[in-house]
Design a protein around this ligand. Structure first.
Ligand code: NAD
Ligand code: HSO
Ligand code: ZN
Length: 430
């Protein structure tokens, strides 16, 4: 794992190199994804079945074998032990309650002359949610995608999830059941994204696709954007921890592991003003790594893209955090409230020593689908707003047409658009 110090003369260049990662910019991935998407568009179900057999090592003959009804989701729920049902329900309820606060409502106002202006908010008709499943199963991602869609009032939720080797995960299916998913297709990757975007004989075309995934999924979402809406192009998971040097170093090591274990190209970084403390975290990492079932992934991730960075002070740590714009930022500090206002760019901010990022991944309430790869500079967590859209409302009164008609006429003539001008002028009193 790299060790850096902000006082190194070439620190800025080193930090830039550490962060360098562009989702789905690999031309080989783009080429493969383009071919898969075009094939699914042309051949529909047959192509989805072929690619699923190839990439997920399955042996199905038709799309029917990749289709799950609500009854099958319910059966998965009923197979779960009671304490697991309880945990899933608690998480779902907390996620629902948080997202209800995000619900936007229609609004309007009237000018003095009776002209009405406003915005009508409507849910999307049908959305597709992508639940990753290549290297791990993610029931929590089912909740994080489906609950905001449900709260928004989306008419139909179609979920896709790969089941490598044909192994279905009851927790994932049960989460889909309690979240109110309407239909599940057990396929993933670019072929699933293309099926949702273009529609096939079995998969209904959706209006928007949300959810994280690997480079193939990201490239496919980027490719189909425009045919359908997408939430974001998500990259691998990231965590940035700012610590004052007083948190148990084992806790911080495990928090870094928690995102590193997602993927060999996930990113985990610690910023701390104390070199002694950094050495303690390093020792904790060495001690704890052999105890981790996903040790190989964690080791690769920390080796590839992890770093322990000594900073001058906590203010500088906040400046660096704003540059990194991480997906997850832990403020493992005595008084996180003193620093939170200094953070302008982060997908989610976890405040205080007891707030491990992992609680946010599962059950705190806020969404865990967050902007990655520095996109928190301009993007926000997945939310109810991603499943609602807005139409402007304009109802001009007779009196309003007199005033607005004159303004529009002048501007339309200025643009040389006579029909626009005449349409306004025809409504002026003679
Ligand atoms: N941001 C979040 O909220 C969040 C949540 C969970 C996971 N993640 C991230 O999502 C990613 C999940 O990736 P994953 O791989 O586990 O699952 P995935 O479902 O994204 O990808 C699996 C699919 O990739 C396709 N694929 C694999 N190799 C291919 C190849 N050579 N050619 C064409 N297609 C191929 C297959 O179709 C397979 O079904 C990880 O990076 C993880 O960190 C993010
Ligand atoms: N940390 C992931 C988002 O980057 C979400 C997740 C799901 N399960 C565990 N973690
Ligand atoms: Zn996670």
């Amino acid at each position: 794992m790299q060790k850096l110090s902000s006082s190194q003369p070439d620190f800025d260049a080193r930090l830039k190199a550490l962060l360098a990662f562009e989702t789905a910019q690999d031309p080989a991935v783009d080429t493969a994804v383009a071919a898969i998407c075009d094939d699914v568009k042309a051949r529909g179900d047959a192509a989805v079945v072929e690619y699923t057999n190839r990439f997920d090592r399955m042996h199905v003959a038709s799309m029917a074998e990749l289709t799950l009804s609500r009854d099958e989701l319910q059966a998965a729920w009923e197979r779960l032990p009671e304490h697991v049902q309880g945990a899933l329900s608690t998480a779902a309820e907390r996620v629902r309650r948080y997202h209800e606060k995000q619900l936007a409502h229609s609004w309007s106002y009237e000018d003095e002359d009776g002209t009405l202006l406003g915005q009508q908010v409507t849910p999307l008709d049908r959305v597709g949610i992508y639940v990753p499943g290549g290297k791990a199963a993610y029931p929590s991602s089912v909740l994080m995608n489906a609950m905001p869609a449900k709260v928004a009032g989306v008419g139909e939720i179609i979920m896709v999830v790969p089941t490598p080797n044909g192994e279905r995960n009851d927790l994932v299916l049960a989460a889909a059941f309690i979240a109110g998913v309407d239909k599940v297709f057990t396929c993933g990757g670019a072929q699933a994204v293309a099926a949702l975007a273009y529609g096939t004989e079995s998969v209904p075309q959706v209006d928007k696709i949300t959810g994280p995934g690997n480079a193939y999924v990201a490239a496919a979402k980027r490719r189909v954007f425009g045919v359908v809406g997408i939430d974001m192009v998500a990259g691998p998971s990231e965590i940035l921890v700012i610590c004052d040097g007083e948190t148990d170093p084992d806790w911080i090591a495990m928090d870094l592991f928690s995102q590193a274990e997602h993927d060999e190209i996930a990113q985990a970084i610690l910023l701390c003003p104390s070199a002694d403390y950094i050495a303690k975290v390093e020792a904790s990492i060495e001690k704890l790594l052999p105890t981790m079932p996903r040790r190989a992934i964690i080791e690769a991730s920390l080796g590839n893209r992890g770093a322990l960075i000594e900073v001058r002070d906590l203010d500088e740590a906040c400046d660096i955090a704003n540059y990194i714009a991480p997906e997850h930022l832990e403020l493992s500090l005595a008084k996180p409230e003193d620093y939170v206002a200094k953070i302008r760019h982060a997908g989610a901010i976890f405040m205080g020593r007891f707030t491990s990022e992992s609680l946010g991944d599962y059950c705190a309430g806020p969404n865990h689908v967050l902007p990655t790869s520095r996109t928190a500079r301009f993007a926000s967590p997945l939310g109810v707003y991603d499943f609602q859209k807005r139409s402007s409302l304009i109802r001009v009164s007779h009196a309003g047409a007199q005033q607005l008609g004159k303004v529009a006429s002048i501007l339309a003539h200025g643009e040389g658009l006579t029909a626009h001008a005449r349409a306004a002028e025809l409504r002026l009193d003679k």
